[in-house]
Design a protein around this ligand. Structure first.
Ligand SMILES: [Zn+2]
Ligand SMILES: [Zn+2]
Length: 322
């Protein structure tokens, strides 16, 4: 059984599950649960596999899900806080062979449109307190743009902390801390690239060398309210900076996490953003033990490298100098 365990000392959550053979994620040979097809300006949702000349996103149930809907519900109390890891684990893939003529940044844009729709659907399901959207990208992994969506019955600790800190700072200083960061970093030494509505920056205290964030330039608390034009703009910046990262550090694995507001709790709002963590850290004793990171490249130098490489990617895709 998959169990969601937590304690109240460090607010940590751990999911335990039976050992699985083979990698997590999905197998593209398998039949998708749902295909999303964009046709004549309208998003169609089709059960199973669908052949299309337009863009298609396929949604798979994970082969080795982190959470599932099998378990009977129960709650264990202090100090062994636990409940079943009840939820859904979907993998969204912008399959390249279905859209051979499409540029990769357009695939990212379509993936984000589909993700918005799927997140809405997931929040309508039972026992969903939060939808985590993230990706773990390894060079040996599937080459297609893909995202994982894993639901939890509770709000994850990192998101909870960011919401509470933002709320405290806002009530004390009268300004959203992420808006303040965007204001201060725009045009500064840690800026990588900007698009119309988004900015990519290396954070002042990164957790690993070359970590960067993508943030809406204006205060925004709902990813689900973004228009298709916004998502296209975001996809361009994501694609350029992720491409810039892999050109700067060839062969690097990285993870990305969307820090979004929980949609069911309207009082818990977060200036949403994407955090990208290249796997560049060394030994983890200090980081895991004390929350103190060590970076061998300053965020100012990292931003310089990433900026040059990301601009090149952007120009390569659209031919426009920034
Ligand atoms: Zn803000
Ligand atoms: Zn964050």
């Amino acid at each position: 059984m998959r169990l969601l365990r937590s304690n109240h000392i460090n607010n940590r959550i751990t999911i335990t599950r039976p050992k699985v053979d083979g990698p997590d994620g999905m197998d593209l040979e398998e039949e998708p649960t749902v295909s999303m097809v964009f046709h004549n300006g309208i998003l169609h949702i089709v059960d199973g596999h669908y052949e299309s000349n337009g863009w298609t996103i396929q949604i798979f149930e994970s082969r080795n899900p982190i959470v599932n809907t099998d378990a009977k519900l129960f709650y264990q109390k202090s100090p062994w806080f636990a409940q079943p890891a009840y939820g859904r684990h979907n993998v969204l893939v912008a399959t390249i062979d279905k859209t051979p003529n499409m540029q990769e940044y357009e695939r990212w844009a379509n993936l984000l449109v589909a993700a918005q729709d799927r997140i809405r659907w997931l929040y309508d399901q039972a026992k969903v307190g939060y939808v985590m959207m993230f990706a773990d990208m390894r060079p040996s992994d599937i080459p297609e743009p893909h995202l994982q969506l894993v639901t939890l019955p509770v709000i994850p600790p990192t998101i909870k902390t960011e919401i509470e800190s933002s709320r405290d700072i806002k009530s004390e200083m009268g300004i959203c801390p992420m808006c303040q960061i965007v204001d201060e970093e725009t045009g500064g030494k840690r800026q990588i690239l900007t698009s119309k509505n988004f900015i990519a920056i290396c954070p002042w205290p990164p957790s690993s060398s070359y970590e960067f964030w993508i943030v809406p330039r204006k205060h925004s608390v709902s990813f689900l309210k973004l228009t298709q034009v916004d998502l296209h703009d975001l996809a361009m910046l994501m694609w350029s900076t992720l491409g810039g990262l892999t050109k700067t550090l060839p062969g690097v694995s990285f993870s990305l996490a969307f820090h979004l507001s929980p949609e069911k709790k309207k009082t818990s709002r977060l200036h949403w953003h994407i955090e990208v963590y290249p796997h560049t850290s060394g030994p983890a004793g200090m980081d895991k033990g004390f929350g103190v990171s060590l970076c061998n490249v300053s965020p100012e130098d990292a931003a310089k490298d990433l900026s040059v490489a990301s601009r090149r990617e952007w120009i390569g895709a659209v031919g426009v100098n920034l």
